[in-house]
Design a protein around this ligand. Structure first.
Ligand code: ZN
Length: 65
């Protein structure tokens, strides 16, 4: 799932969005995933993806669940 990540070139936050940064509207780039090994099942816990998922899930809950 790491390759789904995008990184904002303006505020440098990570997101799962593909078009524009949900935080500042900045342009997104695909970050280099080389440091995440697909064989490392704990990589997700060390990656920025984890906090991104938490933040975006929080946003979903705020809309009312
Ligand atoms: Zn941004």
């Amino acid at each position: 799932m790491v390759w789904l990540l995008r990184k904002c070139i303006r505020c440098e936050r990570y997101t799962l969005k593909k078009d524009a940064c949900p935080y500042c509207g900045g342009e997104l780039r695909v970050p280099h995933p080389a440091k995440f090994s697909p064989d490392d099942k704990y990589a997700i816990y060390k990656s920025p993806l984890r906090s991104v998922i938490n933040e975006e899930n929080d946003n979903i809950r705020e809309r009312g669940d």
